[in-house]
Design a protein around this ligand. Structure first.
Ligand code: SAM
Length: 289
Protein backbone atom coordinates (compact mmCIF):
# COMPACT_ATOMS: atom_id res chain seq x y z
CA UNK A 1 0.00 0.00 0.00
CA UNK A 2 1.10 3.56 -0.63
CA UNK A 3 1.14 5.85 2.41
CA UNK A 4 -2.05 5.65 4.55
CA UNK A 5 -4.63 8.27 3.55
CA UNK A 6 -6.34 8.16 6.97
CA UNK A 7 -4.04 10.66 8.69
CA UNK A 8 -4.58 14.37 9.31
CA UNK A 9 -1.50 15.26 7.27
CA UNK A 10 -2.37 13.16 4.20
CA UNK A 11 -6.05 14.13 4.29
CA UNK A 12 -5.23 17.84 4.31
CA UNK A 13 -2.60 17.35 1.62
CA UNK A 14 -5.12 15.61 -0.69
CA UNK A 15 -7.80 18.20 0.01
CA UNK A 16 -5.42 21.01 -0.90
CA UNK A 17 -4.04 19.24 -3.97
CA UNK A 18 -7.45 18.49 -5.53
CA UNK A 19 -9.44 21.28 -3.87
CA UNK A 20 -11.85 18.72 -2.43
CA UNK A 21 -12.94 20.32 0.79
CA UNK A 22 -15.56 18.41 2.76
CA UNK A 23 -19.21 18.91 1.85
CA UNK A 24 -21.63 18.76 4.74
CA UNK A 25 -24.53 18.06 2.40
CA UNK A 26 -22.93 14.71 1.47
CA UNK A 27 -22.25 13.78 5.12
CA UNK A 28 -18.50 13.97 4.53
CA UNK A 29 -16.45 13.25 7.64
CA UNK A 30 -13.22 11.55 6.66
CA UNK A 31 -11.42 9.11 8.98
CA UNK A 32 -7.98 10.29 10.07
CA UNK A 33 -6.84 7.28 12.09
CA UNK A 34 -5.41 4.34 10.10
CA UNK A 35 -5.94 1.86 12.97
CA UNK A 36 -9.70 2.43 12.75
CA UNK A 37 -10.02 1.84 9.00
CA UNK A 38 -7.79 -1.20 9.23
CA UNK A 39 -10.05 -2.73 11.89
CA UNK A 40 -13.16 -2.08 9.78
CA UNK A 41 -11.52 -3.75 6.77
CA UNK A 42 -10.40 -6.73 8.86
CA UNK A 43 -13.91 -7.22 10.23
CA UNK A 44 -15.59 -6.70 6.86
CA UNK A 45 -13.57 -9.14 4.76
CA UNK A 46 -12.91 -12.77 5.58
CA UNK A 47 -11.28 -13.89 2.36
CA UNK A 48 -9.47 -12.28 -0.61
CA UNK A 49 -11.98 -13.59 -3.11
CA UNK A 50 -15.00 -11.83 -1.56
CA UNK A 51 -16.57 -9.13 -3.71
CA UNK A 52 -16.49 -5.96 -1.61
CA UNK A 53 -18.90 -3.08 -2.22
CA UNK A 54 -17.98 0.14 -0.45
CA UNK A 55 -20.50 2.95 0.00
CA UNK A 56 -19.01 6.45 0.02
CA UNK A 57 -15.24 5.98 -0.37
CA UNK A 58 -14.57 9.71 0.06
CA UNK A 59 -10.87 10.27 -0.57
CA UNK A 60 -10.12 6.60 0.05
CA UNK A 61 -9.28 6.21 3.76
CA UNK A 62 -11.08 2.87 4.10
CA UNK A 63 -10.92 1.96 0.39
CA UNK A 64 -7.14 1.52 0.59
CA UNK A 65 -7.43 -1.12 3.29
CA UNK A 66 -10.34 -2.87 1.55
CA UNK A 67 -8.22 -3.10 -1.61
CA UNK A 68 -5.37 -4.47 0.47
CA UNK A 69 -7.54 -7.30 1.79
CA UNK A 70 -9.69 -8.18 -1.24
CA UNK A 71 -9.02 -8.74 -4.92
CA UNK A 72 -12.20 -6.94 -6.03
CA UNK A 73 -13.59 -3.71 -4.63
CA UNK A 74 -16.43 -1.69 -6.14
CA UNK A 75 -17.05 1.73 -4.56
CA UNK A 76 -20.21 3.84 -4.97
CA UNK A 77 -19.63 7.56 -4.58
CA UNK A 78 -22.04 10.43 -5.18
CA UNK A 79 -19.50 13.27 -5.23
CA UNK A 80 -18.23 13.78 -8.77
CA UNK A 81 -15.04 15.48 -7.53
CA UNK A 82 -13.78 12.26 -5.92
CA UNK A 83 -13.24 9.54 -8.59
CA UNK A 84 -10.14 11.30 -9.92
CA UNK A 85 -8.71 11.51 -6.40
CA UNK A 86 -9.35 7.81 -5.80
CA UNK A 87 -7.89 6.81 -9.16
CA UNK A 88 -4.68 8.75 -8.50
CA UNK A 89 -4.24 8.14 -4.80
CA UNK A 90 -5.30 4.54 -4.22
CA UNK A 91 -3.02 2.86 -6.73
CA UNK A 92 -4.80 -0.50 -6.91
CA UNK A 93 -6.13 -1.61 -10.28
CA UNK A 94 -8.74 -3.93 -8.76
CA UNK A 95 -10.77 -0.94 -7.54
CA UNK A 96 -13.77 0.11 -9.64
CA UNK A 97 -15.54 3.36 -8.89
CA UNK A 98 -19.21 3.83 -9.66
CA UNK A 99 -20.27 7.48 -9.60
CA UNK A 100 -23.87 7.03 -8.47
CA UNK A 101 -26.19 7.86 -5.61
CA UNK A 102 -26.44 4.63 -3.61
CA UNK A 103 -30.12 5.29 -2.95
CA UNK A 104 -30.78 5.17 -6.70
CA UNK A 105 -28.64 2.13 -7.39
CA UNK A 106 -30.36 -1.17 -8.20
CA UNK A 107 -28.42 -3.31 -5.70
CA UNK A 108 -29.52 -6.64 -7.20
CA UNK A 109 -28.46 -5.54 -10.67
CA UNK A 110 -25.03 -4.37 -9.44
CA UNK A 111 -24.43 -7.62 -7.58
CA UNK A 112 -25.32 -9.58 -10.72
CA UNK A 113 -23.08 -7.32 -12.80
CA UNK A 114 -19.94 -7.67 -10.66
CA UNK A 115 -20.21 -11.06 -8.90
CA UNK A 116 -18.33 -14.03 -10.30
CA UNK A 117 -19.97 -17.47 -9.91
CA UNK A 118 -19.91 -18.63 -6.28
CA UNK A 119 -18.37 -15.39 -5.03
CA UNK A 120 -19.51 -14.07 -1.64
CA UNK A 121 -20.69 -10.46 -1.47
CA UNK A 122 -19.95 -8.11 1.42
CA UNK A 123 -20.58 -4.40 2.03
CA UNK A 124 -18.37 -2.03 4.01
CA UNK A 125 -18.76 1.66 4.72
CA UNK A 126 -18.23 4.63 6.89
CA UNK A 127 -21.80 5.62 6.10
CA UNK A 128 -23.03 9.09 5.25
CA UNK A 129 -25.04 9.46 8.50
CA UNK A 130 -27.92 11.44 7.01
CA UNK A 131 -29.04 8.32 5.11
CA UNK A 132 -27.92 5.44 7.36
CA UNK A 133 -31.31 3.77 7.73
CA UNK A 134 -32.49 4.05 4.09
CA UNK A 135 -29.17 2.61 2.88
CA UNK A 136 -29.31 -0.31 5.28
CA UNK A 137 -32.94 -1.09 4.52
CA UNK A 138 -32.12 -1.05 0.84
CA UNK A 139 -29.46 -3.68 1.47
CA UNK A 140 -31.72 -5.73 3.76
CA UNK A 141 -34.37 -5.80 1.02
CA UNK A 142 -32.03 -6.99 -1.73
CA UNK A 143 -32.96 -10.29 -3.32
CA UNK A 144 -29.43 -11.26 -4.30
CA UNK A 145 -27.50 -12.88 -1.49
CA UNK A 146 -25.31 -10.69 0.70
CA UNK A 147 -23.04 -12.33 3.25
CA UNK A 148 -22.40 -9.47 5.67
CA UNK A 149 -22.47 -5.68 6.02
CA UNK A 150 -19.91 -3.89 8.20
CA UNK A 151 -20.61 -0.21 8.70
CA UNK A 152 -19.79 2.79 10.82
CA UNK A 153 -22.78 4.77 12.00
CA UNK A 154 -23.83 7.20 14.69
CA UNK A 155 -23.62 5.47 18.09
CA UNK A 156 -27.28 6.11 19.03
CA UNK A 157 -28.47 4.52 15.79
CA UNK A 158 -26.15 1.56 16.30
CA UNK A 159 -27.65 0.99 19.74
CA UNK A 160 -31.12 0.65 18.24
CA UNK A 161 -29.93 -2.05 15.84
CA UNK A 162 -28.28 -3.92 18.72
CA UNK A 163 -31.17 -3.59 21.19
CA UNK A 164 -33.19 -6.55 22.44
CA UNK A 165 -36.54 -6.80 24.22
CA UNK A 166 -36.79 -4.68 27.36
CA UNK A 167 -33.87 -2.45 26.27
CA UNK A 168 -34.72 1.24 26.12
CA UNK A 169 -33.62 1.52 22.45
CA UNK A 170 -35.54 -1.57 21.26
CA UNK A 171 -37.98 -0.69 18.47
CA UNK A 172 -39.40 -1.87 15.13
CA UNK A 173 -36.02 -1.31 13.46
CA UNK A 174 -34.34 -3.71 15.92
CA UNK A 175 -36.95 -6.43 15.32
CA UNK A 176 -36.99 -6.13 11.53
CA UNK A 177 -33.19 -6.12 11.34
CA UNK A 178 -32.81 -9.11 13.62
CA UNK A 179 -35.36 -10.99 11.53
CA UNK A 180 -32.79 -10.90 8.71
CA UNK A 181 -29.43 -10.64 10.43
CA UNK A 182 -27.30 -11.46 13.44
CA UNK A 183 -26.13 -8.06 14.63
CA UNK A 184 -22.93 -7.42 16.55
CA UNK A 185 -20.87 -4.45 17.61
CA UNK A 186 -17.36 -4.40 16.15
CA UNK A 187 -16.16 -1.34 18.09
CA UNK A 188 -16.97 2.07 19.48
CA UNK A 189 -15.31 4.96 17.67
CA UNK A 190 -14.63 8.41 19.09
CA UNK A 191 -15.71 11.54 17.21
CA UNK A 192 -12.05 12.64 17.39
CA UNK A 193 -10.94 10.27 14.59
CA UNK A 194 -12.93 12.17 11.95
CA UNK A 195 -12.11 15.23 9.93
CA UNK A 196 -14.06 17.41 10.41
CA UNK A 197 -15.09 16.06 13.81
CA UNK A 198 -18.87 15.51 14.02
CA UNK A 199 -20.75 16.26 17.24
CA UNK A 200 -21.64 12.61 17.88
CA UNK A 201 -19.67 9.45 18.64
CA UNK A 202 -19.82 6.45 16.34
CA UNK A 203 -19.96 2.70 16.36
CA UNK A 204 -19.07 0.00 13.84
CA UNK A 205 -21.78 -2.62 13.51
CA UNK A 206 -21.75 -5.87 11.58
CA UNK A 207 -24.89 -7.46 10.12
CA UNK A 208 -24.54 -11.12 9.07
CA UNK A 209 -27.49 -12.53 7.14
CA UNK A 210 -28.67 -15.71 8.88
CA UNK A 211 -31.52 -16.91 6.62
CA UNK A 212 -33.33 -18.39 9.66
CA UNK A 213 -36.82 -17.17 8.84
CA UNK A 214 -38.79 -17.34 5.62
CA UNK A 215 -42.23 -15.85 6.19
CA UNK A 216 -44.62 -15.94 3.28
CA UNK A 217 -45.42 -12.23 3.35
CA UNK A 218 -42.48 -10.38 4.87
CA UNK A 219 -43.89 -6.95 4.12
CA UNK A 220 -47.01 -7.83 6.08
CA UNK A 221 -44.79 -8.96 8.96
CA UNK A 222 -42.81 -5.71 8.85
CA UNK A 223 -46.02 -3.66 8.80
CA UNK A 224 -47.36 -5.61 11.78
CA UNK A 225 -44.16 -5.00 13.77
CA UNK A 226 -44.17 -1.28 12.92
CA UNK A 227 -47.83 -1.04 13.91
CA UNK A 228 -47.18 -2.64 17.31
CA UNK A 229 -44.55 0.02 18.07
CA UNK A 230 -46.57 2.99 16.78
CA UNK A 231 -47.17 4.52 20.18
CA UNK A 232 -44.51 3.34 22.58
CA UNK A 233 -46.42 4.24 25.72
CA UNK A 234 -49.51 2.29 24.71
CA UNK A 235 -50.07 -1.40 25.27
CA UNK A 236 -49.47 -3.82 22.45
CA UNK A 237 -53.24 -4.40 22.35
CA UNK A 238 -53.91 -0.71 21.77
CA UNK A 239 -51.49 -0.51 18.87
CA UNK A 240 -52.27 -3.90 17.40
CA UNK A 241 -56.05 -3.38 17.31
CA UNK A 242 -55.50 -0.50 14.86
CA UNK A 243 -53.60 -2.90 12.63
CA UNK A 244 -56.28 -5.64 12.53
CA UNK A 245 -59.12 -3.09 12.83
CA UNK A 246 -61.09 -5.37 15.12
CA UNK A 247 -60.78 -5.07 18.92
CA UNK A 248 -62.11 -8.51 19.80
CA UNK A 249 -60.04 -10.25 17.18
CA UNK A 250 -56.91 -8.34 18.26
CA UNK A 251 -57.32 -9.55 21.84
CA UNK A 252 -58.01 -13.12 20.73
CA UNK A 253 -54.95 -13.23 18.47
CA UNK A 254 -52.64 -11.89 21.19
CA UNK A 255 -53.97 -14.41 23.70
CA UNK A 256 -53.67 -17.21 21.17
CA UNK A 257 -49.88 -16.71 21.13
CA UNK A 258 -49.63 -16.06 24.87
CA UNK A 259 -48.91 -12.35 24.62
CA UNK A 260 -50.58 -10.53 27.49
CA UNK A 261 -52.58 -7.70 25.84
CA UNK A 262 -51.48 -5.34 28.62
CA UNK A 263 -47.74 -5.64 27.81
CA UNK A 264 -45.90 -3.23 25.54
CA UNK A 265 -44.27 -4.06 22.23
CA UNK A 266 -40.85 -3.36 23.78
CA UNK A 267 -41.31 -6.46 25.94
CA UNK A 268 -41.93 -8.84 23.01
CA UNK A 269 -39.21 -10.92 21.40
CA UNK A 270 -38.70 -11.42 17.68
CA UNK A 271 -40.19 -14.92 18.12
CA UNK A 272 -43.30 -13.39 19.76
CA UNK A 273 -43.81 -11.17 16.71
CA UNK A 274 -43.28 -14.09 14.35
CA UNK A 275 -45.94 -16.13 16.19
CA UNK A 276 -48.28 -13.15 16.21
CA UNK A 277 -47.76 -12.74 12.46
CA UNK A 278 -48.58 -16.44 11.98
CA UNK A 279 -52.01 -16.29 13.65
CA UNK A 280 -52.83 -12.84 12.28
CA UNK A 281 -51.96 -13.73 8.72
CA UNK A 282 -54.19 -16.80 8.95
CA UNK A 283 -56.85 -15.19 11.16
CA UNK A 284 -57.45 -12.14 8.99
CA UNK A 285 -57.60 -14.09 5.78
CA UNK A 286 -54.31 -12.61 4.52
CA UNK A 287 -52.78 -16.03 4.18
CA UNK A 288 -55.66 -17.46 2.18
CA UNK A 289 -56.06 -16.86 -1.48
N1 SAM B 1 -15.09 6.45 3.43
C1 SAM B 1 -14.60 7.78 3.70
C2 SAM B 1 -13.91 7.82 5.04
O1 SAM B 1 -14.20 6.93 5.85
O2 SAM B 1 -13.10 8.70 5.29
C3 SAM B 1 -15.70 8.83 3.62
C4 SAM B 1 -16.90 8.60 4.53
S1 SAM B 1 -18.02 9.96 4.60
C5 SAM B 1 -18.71 9.73 6.21
C6 SAM B 1 -19.40 9.48 3.58
C7 SAM B 1 -19.11 9.36 2.09
O3 SAM B 1 -20.33 8.98 1.43
C8 SAM B 1 -18.66 10.64 1.41
O4 SAM B 1 -17.60 10.37 0.55
C9 SAM B 1 -19.88 11.10 0.61
O5 SAM B 1 -19.57 11.88 -0.52
C10 SAM B 1 -20.50 9.77 0.25
N2 SAM B 1 -21.96 9.82 -0.01
C11 SAM B 1 -22.88 10.64 0.57
N3 SAM B 1 -24.12 10.40 0.09
C12 SAM B 1 -23.98 9.39 -0.81
C13 SAM B 1 -24.89 8.70 -1.65
N4 SAM B 1 -26.20 9.00 -1.65
N5 SAM B 1 -24.41 7.73 -2.48
C14 SAM B 1 -23.07 7.43 -2.49
N6 SAM B 1 -22.17 8.05 -1.71
C15 SAM B 1 -22.60 9.02 -0.87
Amino acid sequence: MKQAIATVKKTKEIQEKYKVFTKKSFGQNFIIEPGVVEKIANAAIQSRDELVFEIGPGIGALTQFLCEKSDQVVAFEIDERLPVVLENEIGFDHLQIVLEDILKVDIDEKIREFRKPGQKVVFASNLPYYITTPILFKLFEANEEIERITVMMQKEVGERFLAHENDKEYNALSVITQYRCDVKKVMDVSRRVFWPSPNVDSMVIQFSFHHKYHLEDENYFFDLVKACFTQRRKTIYNNFQNFVKDKTLAKQLLEQVNIDPSTRAQQCTLEDFIRLYGVTYAGTGKGKN
